[in-house]
Design a protein around this ligand. Structure first.
Ligand code: HSE
Length: 458
């Protein structure tokens, strides 16, 4: 408190505490909205102690808030409860809008309308931000409002804050993320129990970890949206999710963990970004990761992000989803927005939502040029000459086999075995796989995964 004597400080505190609350409108009372409401109630005194003024929920919106009053039971009796989001956004008693319904339909209108009115927005909407984040940011900037989006990526792990501010001084060369808790839960349950994919997916749905329509999670779309946001943040490029090569986990079988294990590896759905001389190489794909690496230790619904910076490697780990972890991210963003409002006309220089003053166009590097060791798993009706036929198709593309692995005692009508390949370009391996698909002894298309090097070795 240099320059202030004690009486001045006490005086300042009295003034702070007498300032009225910053008022929040919450749209969407599902998992994340419900968690946010609960945290705002349970942590109210900590939040006020940190901000110097309270955060108060002055309005909530959900489809069922009028028919199911328990959703908003803890709110001030005068708080607005409505199924119409416009009433929340336009209410003079709402200073900050939290958009927690997800998707790109009404959510987009909510965010745009709030920002057009100069109201700060906090959102957990990865899909909307991945597709239209830079435009939304420009709209926020044009209206002098802030945009909070920590909850959109990796739930309770503040990775956006880390990239935006914590390690802003570093130059980042690569990221590897495990960004989808549902997929990680399914993969690690198959690994742990030896159960079949469909059975584990059903259990995950029964436990509420996976949606009735699990596609966004298991086909990789959710992780891809998150990677697009992270890549913009880390590398300053405007990345469209559609430009990121994508492979989900539906085709991973229990037997793949057995073969990966024999190779000293396990399997994780990885979101990767690497800076290369000609641009950025991005992908979301399941891959073999070495068992003795930190990524292999990420189990269940946890998320992780490994950042390879020139200043060194850092690793971030925690719950990537769920009402409380994601709610913490939302509430922390609400606090930042509230501080910013109280600074109106003041001297703070805002850090831009994507951590850069502007984003440059994305320069994707084709995944075909990536050189990796590959794992090819085949299911065949056994007969003589299969290995010779496969080796010949691979050799036509200049690709050599390193080793062949075969577990005993499988049905000869559906025999799984694996070939690991000498390091080769992805384009050559994919071309070989295309020609192999036509061979009559295959029971299923071959599964191609890479053996992913650790970041330090990348
Ligand atoms: N469905 C996501 C996951 C959480 O399983 O990680 C929200 O992004």
């Amino acid at each position: 408190m240099a320059g202030h004597d004690k009486s001045e400080w006490q005086h300042a505190q009295v003034e702070w505490n007498s300032v009225s609350a910053v008022r929040v409108g919450i749209i969407g009372l599902g998992n994340v909205g419900g968690g946010t409401l609960r945290l705002l109630r349970n942590n109210a005194s900590e939040i006020e102690g940190k901000l110097g003024f309270p955060l108060e929920v002055s309005a909530v919106c959900s489809r069922s808030v009028l028919t199911n009053p328990s959703e908003a039971v803890s709110l001030h009796p005068k708080a607005l409860r409505t199924p119409d989001w416009r009433e929340v956004v336009e209410s003079p008693d709402v200073d900050i809008v939290a958009e927690l319904i997800g998707g790109t339909g009404s959510a987009k209108q909510i965010v745009e309308t709030a920002l057009a009115g100069g109201k700060p927005v906090v959102t957990a909407n990865k899909e909307l931000l991945a597709e239209q984040g830079p435009e939304i940011w420009q709209r926020a900037a044009g209206n002098g409002a802030t945009l909070g989006m920590e909850a959109a990526v990796a739930g309770g792990i503040p990775v956006l804050n880390v990239l935006r501010e914590g390690i802003a001084g570093d130059g980042i060369d690569a990221l590897i993320g495990i960004l989808n808790g549902t997929s990680n839960y399914i993969l690690t349950e198959i690994e742990r129990t030896g159960a079949a994919f469909d059975q584990v997916l059903k259990e995950a749905q029964d436990l509420g970890y996976a949606e009735a329509d699990p596609s966004a999670d298991i086909d990789g779309y959710d992780a891809r949206s998150k990677l697009a946001i992270l890549a913009a943040m880390a590398f300053g490029e405007q990345v469209s999710p559609r430009d990121i090569p994508l492979q989900g986990i539906r085709r991973i079988r229990t037997i793949d963990f057995a073969y990966a294990g024999r190779l000293g590896h396990t399997i994780r759905l990885l979101a990767t970004a690497r800076r290369e001389p000609n641009g950025l190489r991005l992908a979301v794909r399941p891959a073999l990761v070495e068992r003795n690496t930190i990524l292999a230790g990420v189990m269940g619904s946890y998320n992780a992000l490994w950042v390879h910076g020139r200043g060194g490697d850092t690793f971030y780990y925690g719950k990537g989803a769920g009402p409380d972890p994601t709610g913490v991210a939302v509430v922390s963003d609400l606090m930042a927005a509230a501080r910013d409002l109280r600074q109106a006309g003041g001297s703070v220089q805002r850090v831009q939502p994507f951590g850069h003053t502007r984003l440059s166009p994305h320069r994707p590097v084709s995944s075909g040029t990536e050189e990796r060791q590959f794992y090819l798993r085949f299911r065949v009706r056994d007969r003589p000459g299969i290995l010779a036929a496969l080796a010949s198709k691979l050799a036509e593309q200049g690709v050599g086999i390193e080793a062949v692995l075969q577990e005993p005692h499988f049905d000869k009508q559906d025999l799984p075995f694996v070939a690991t390949l000498e390091p080769a370009r992805r384009a050559a391996v994919e071309k070989a796989v295309e020609t192999i698909k036509g061979l009559d002894f295959l029971v299923d298309e071959p599964l191609a995964l890479t053996l992913e090097p650790t970041l330090a070795a990348a």
